[in-house]
Structure formats: structure tokens, C-alpha cells
Design a protein around this ligand. Structure first.
Ligand SMILES: Cc1cc2nc3c(=O)[nH]c(=O)nc-3n(C[C@H](O)[C@H](O)[C@H](O)COP(=O)(O)OP(=O)(O)OC[C@H]3O[C@@H](n4cnc5c(N)ncnc54)[C@H](O)[C@@H]3O)c2cc1C
Length: 434
């Protein structure tokens, strides 16, 4: 028995029978085929940044640390292939060195590319989609050790299923990405009133490339972030080093950790702390490389539930959540995040054929959630809410089949690629069925 594995949020643990770190695809294929032949489950794991038990196993945990980095790059077409274990914080600067970038990113860069796409990781931008939409090809090792390539023209059904594949179809070894020319973002951040923000949200989202909002529970204050795309050749005006350190290291992480520890001890002061924090946030205006603006360090550990709802439902969901918080004895030091993306064609993507708003509720990892996750789930259930596959939710296969029109097709591909369920675990049995 190997050591206990724990995720970043410290809410999931497992005891894999063994951990394998294959040096290449051949070694991986042998590992998977052997495990499968003797009835042992296999689970690829990325950086462990999912809050659900999606990456847990009692079988073989496979880490792709050696399948990392850019393998091929065409700087004219922007097509690159990368090892599936490449962390985004390695990928982003490597792409920049080639004059390229991913079209959109989430708010951290610690995930592996394969882990990020497997759960449908996304950022914000009504005219943009999640990271998996940039995928143009995948290579997978299947349960019997076979290597399978897929793209829009090669095994198109596998491609439609495997881009957001929950690790349920095979181990991804290589990802082909359609990148865009490197670009910068002009970031403008300011405080605003919740009611004003919600009444003008459609206009705001239409006018700016990437809109990210953070509502402070127990208050009517919102931190609004507008990021607009400018060319790589436009003058960069990054935050001064002292300001970046103050905001990202001291205020967002070290000071916020202290705030959360104090809140854990004296939860009743949270509303006053949130009032104070939300009013003291100062406006920021700067321009920097896209990935440096999209992603920032997150060292204060938390738990999170995030649901995608149709864009028009965003205001109703946030208002209902605000009412619930006001009526209950709960303390939430973390802001609730609101983001927006455009529709895509990936079968299990939260964005499948739907323009979405994402609402994300967080709680400090040492604090009880006070029932907010369950209440949030009940609210979004009235709006066809689709849960983020890597964030806390309780939905099972029956309900998910109603929310995803191609759910049955995904299961069909799974039956074909993994009939013996080598890649399953308890969580996948719950969300996909046996
Ligand atoms: C601090 C923090 C911030 C976050 N910010 C965002 C955000 O802005 N937007 C967002 O959408 N999400 C966000 N997330 C969620 C996160 O992006 C996802 O949970 C993502 O899946 C984590 O990637 P990972 O590499 O850690 O994968 P893991 O959590 O280790 O694994 C996730 C899934 O990927 C599968 N997998 C991994 N590698 C492979 C492979 N090679 N082949 C097949 N399957 C594989 C695993 O089996 C598992 O099913 C955040 C999470 C944290 C903790």
C-alpha cells in the first residue's frame, strides 16, 4: 500500500495500491494493460486540484510527470502538441516564447493540461469557451494498452467525448491545441454595488472580452474585473512589482489566510470583515501578458461548488443566494464568483450548446459550510444548473442525463473503450453509473 493521497482542497483522500510514474507511452501502456488484465483499477491523476473525488482510486494512481512539455509546434498555424502531464504554469511561458497563447484560461495555472480539460476547466468571456475547446486532437492509452488517436475527423465520437472525459475513457498521453497569437490583456478592476452590477450585467458582458465578478457575501459590494484583449505589440503596463506583491502575495494570500483563521475562531465577525475588505479594495488598471492577468496564486485553501446556468439566470441565482445568506446563520469569508462563457460542442462540457453564467461558492477549508453548498445546489436546480465536474456537487447519473443531451452517447463511447471499467472509481459510478 502506498502513501495516502490528498487533494489540494484537503477534502478528498485515497490509498492507491501503488503509484506509477511511467517514463514514456510504452511503459504507460504496459502498466495499464497489466493492471487491467489482473482486474486492478487505474486512475490518471493531475495536480489534485479537483474538489470532487474524481481523481481518487484504490488501484493504480498514474502520474504523467515524464509526459510533459511541448512536443511539436507550428507557429504559422498555432497548432502545438503537448505531453498530457504538462502543468499550465509550464505551458503558458513556453507558448509565449513561441509567440502563442491559449485563447482563454481559468484563474490559476497549477493544473495539468489533461486534468484541466478532463473536468471542463474554464475562465470567463462570453465570446470564448473553456480550455477543452482549444483541443484539436488527443492520444489515449486504452484499458488493453492500445494507443488511440482522435480528432474531429479521426474517431470523431471519441473526440466529442474525450475532451471533457472525466478520466473515464483512458489515459490521455498527448494533447493537440489550437493556440492564438500571444496577446496582452488590459485589466480594469473596481468596486461596485451588487444591484447596479446585476441590472447591467448583460451590457457589461457584451462590452468586455472577459468579465469576472466577486460578490462579498453579507454585503452589497462586488469587485468587478474587466479584461480586454490588446495585441502583443501594444505597450505593456504591468503592475509595479511592489503592488503585485502587495495584492497577490500579502492581501490575497497571507493577510487573507489570517482573516480566515480569525473568522474560523470568531465566525460572527465575518460580515463586518467582508464590509471592510470590500470597501478597502482599491481600483487597479494595468496591462500584461494574457496568462499573467488570467492566473494568480491561490494559497488560501478552500472548498468550492460551481454551477453553470443559462446566462439569463445569473441575476436570479445570485439574488436567491443573497437572500438565503441573509436568512441563515452562516459565515462566508470568501467572495462568490460570477463568470461567463460561450457555447461549445463537447458532449460533457458545462457549455454544451449553451451560453452560460458560472456561479461559484467557496468556503475556507477549516470552516463548516453552514449548509450553503446544499442551498446553492437547490437554487441552481431550478435553472438547469450543470455542475463543474471538478467542484463539489451531489448530482448522480439520472439527473446528469437530463442536463446533458449527449450523456447517453458518452456512455456508449465508454462502453466501447472501457467495457471492463478499468478507469472507474466510486465517484464515476455515481455520476456516470456502472
Ligand atoms: C485553487 C483552485 C482554483 C481553480 N480555478 C479554476 C478555474 O478558474 N476554473 C475552473 O474551471 N476550474 C478551476 N479549478 C478546478 C480545476 O481546474 C479542475 O478541478 C482541474 O481538473 C484540476 O486539474 P488537475 O491537473 O489538478 O487534475 P486532477 O484534479 O488531478 O484530476 C482531474 C481529473 O482529470 C483526470 N485526468 C488527469 N490527467 C489525466 C490523463 N492524463 N488522462 C485522463 N484523465 C486524466 C483525472 O483522472 C480526474 O478525473 C480550480 C481548482 C483550485 C483548487
Amino acid at each position: 500500500m502506498s502513501a495516502t493521497w490528498t487533494n489540494w482542497g484537503r477534502n478528498q483522500t485515497c490509498h492507491p495500491a501503488r503509484v506509477e510514474v511511467p517514463r514514456d507511452v510504452e511503459e504507460l501502456a504496459t502498466t495499464v494493460a497489466r493492471a487491467s488484465a489482473d482486474g486492478t483499477r487505474v486512475k490518471a491523476v493531475g495536480s489534485g486540484h479537483s474538489f470532487t473525488p474524481v481523481a481518487t482510486t484504490d488501484g493504480v494512481h498514474v502520474r504523467l510527470d515524464h509526459l510533459s512539455g511541448i512536443l511539436t509546434a507550428d507557429t504559422v498555424t498555432g497548432r502545438v502538441t503537448v505531453g498530457a502531464g504538462t502543468p499550465l504554469h509550464v505551458l503558458n511561458p513556453a507558448l509565449q516564447a513561441l509567440g502563442l497563447a491559449l485563447p482563454n484560461l481559468g484563474d490559476i495555472d497549477r493544473q495539468t493540461i489533461s486534468g484541466a480539460i478532463a473536468t471542463g476547466t474554464h475562465g470567463s468571456g462570453a465570446r470564448y469557451q473553456g480550455i477543452a475547446s482549444a483541443v484539436t486532437g488527443l492520444v489515449l492509452v486504452l484499458a488493453d494498452g492500445t494507443v488511440l488517436r482522435c480528432s474531429a475527423t479521426l474517431e470523431p465520437e471519441v473526440f466529442a467525448a474525450a475532451r471533457v472525459g472525466l478520466g473515464a475513457l483512458g489515459v490521455v498521453t498527448e494533447v493537440e491545441l489550437q493556440c492564438v497569437p500571444a496577446f496582452r490583456l488590459h485589466a480594469q478592476e473596481h468596486g461596485a454595488d451588487l444591484h447596479d452590477v446585476l441590472s447591467s450585467v448583460d451590457d457589461d458582458v457584451a462590452r468586455h472580452d472577459h468579465v469576472d465578478m466577486h460578490w462579498f457575501p453579507h454585503t452589497d459590494r462586488v469587485l468587478v474585473k474587466h479584461n480586454d484583449r490588446v495585441g502583443e505589440d501594444s505597450a505593456g503596463r504591468p503592475l509595479p512589482a511592489w503592488r503585485a506583491t502587495l495584492d497577490d502575495d500579502l492581501l490575497s494570500n497571507r493577510f487573507f489566510e489570517v482573516v480566515n483563521r480569525v473568522s474560523t475562531r470568531w465566525p460572527r465577525i465575518v460580515p463586518r470583515l467582508n464590509q471592510l475588505t470590500s470597501r478597502t479594495l482599491s481600483a487597479r488598471d494595468y496591462t500584461d501578458d494574457s496568462w499573467k492577468v488570467f492566473c494568480s496564486p491561490r494559497q488560501v485553501r478552500f472548498r468550492e461548488s460551481e454551477y453553470a446556468v443559462p446566462r439569463a439566470a445569473a441575476g436570479d441565482v445570485v439574488r436567491a443566494l443573497r437572500d438565503w445568506v441573509d436568512r441563515h446563520d452562516v459565515s462566508l469569508p470568501f467572495p462568490v464568483e460570477l463568470r461567463f462563457t460561450g457555447a461549445d460542442d463537447i458532449w460533457l462540457s458545462t457549455g454544451y450548446e449553451r451560453d452560460n453564467a458560472y456561479v461559484a461558492v467557496h468556503q475556507y477549508h477549516r470552516m463548516d459550510d453552514g449548509g450553503v453548498f446544499a442551498a446553492f445546489e437547490a437554487i441552481v436546480a431550478e435553472h438547469q444548473g450543470r455542475p463543474h465536474w471538478g467542484k463539489l456537487h451531489t448530482l448522480g447519473a439520472d439527473r446528469l442525463a437530463e442536463l446533458y443531451p449527449r450523456f447517453g452517447d458518452f456512455l456508449g463511447v465508454r462502453d466501447r473503450l472501457d467495457p471492463g471499467r478499468t478507469f472507474t472509481n466510486d465517484h464515476l459510478r455515481h455520476v456516470l453509473g456502472d
